[in-house]
Ligand binder design. Structure first.
Ligand code: CO
Length: 141
């Protein structure tokens, strides 16, 4: 694991929760994005050494909708940045860990993402992600 890349936070509404971060805490909004395959809208916030990823469900079928109805708003996952995500997944699987989906999926910003099963992680949902850098894209996080 290279470092914590971002913290995922489930919210009912990005529109309603964003001012808390940008106005009250005076953090910088980075960008908003719709991730169709996960049924979520996300907003990234720059929190200095880490990003915050606000997650709003787009449909009742979204895993975030289920999380919100069970637990309410709050911390949803911790994402580690890795290099060579397929190999890292294989290594963790060799150690006996299971992933929610075996192959990485496309997440925000075109990153490859996969989630470890929280049961084996003592109740924490961990994401591993790898940013694939397109030509011309800046290297800043
Ligand atoms: Co995430």
């Amino acid at each position: 694991m290279k470092k914590v890349d971002h913290l995922g936070i489930a919210v009912q509404s990005i529109k309603e929760s964003l001012p808390f971060y940008t106005e009250m805490l005076a953090l910088t909004f980075i960008r908003e994005e719709i991730i169709t395959n996960q049924g979520v809208k996300v907003a990234f916030i720059d929190a200095g050494n880490v990003k915050l990823e606000l997650l709003e469900p787009l449909t009742g079928e979204s895993p975030i909708a289920k999380f919100l109805s069970k637990k309410g708003e709050g911390i949803h996952h911790i994402a580690f940045e890795v290099e060579g995500i397929e190999n890292r997944i294989d290594e963790l699987k060799e150690k006996g860990l299971t992933f929610i989906s075996d192959k990485p999926k496309k997440g925000a910003g075109g990153a490859d993402v996969a989630f470890l099963h929280p049961k084996q992680a003592h109740g924490v949902l961990f994401e591993v992600c790898e940013h694939t850098r397109e030509k011309g894209e800046s290297n800043h996080e």
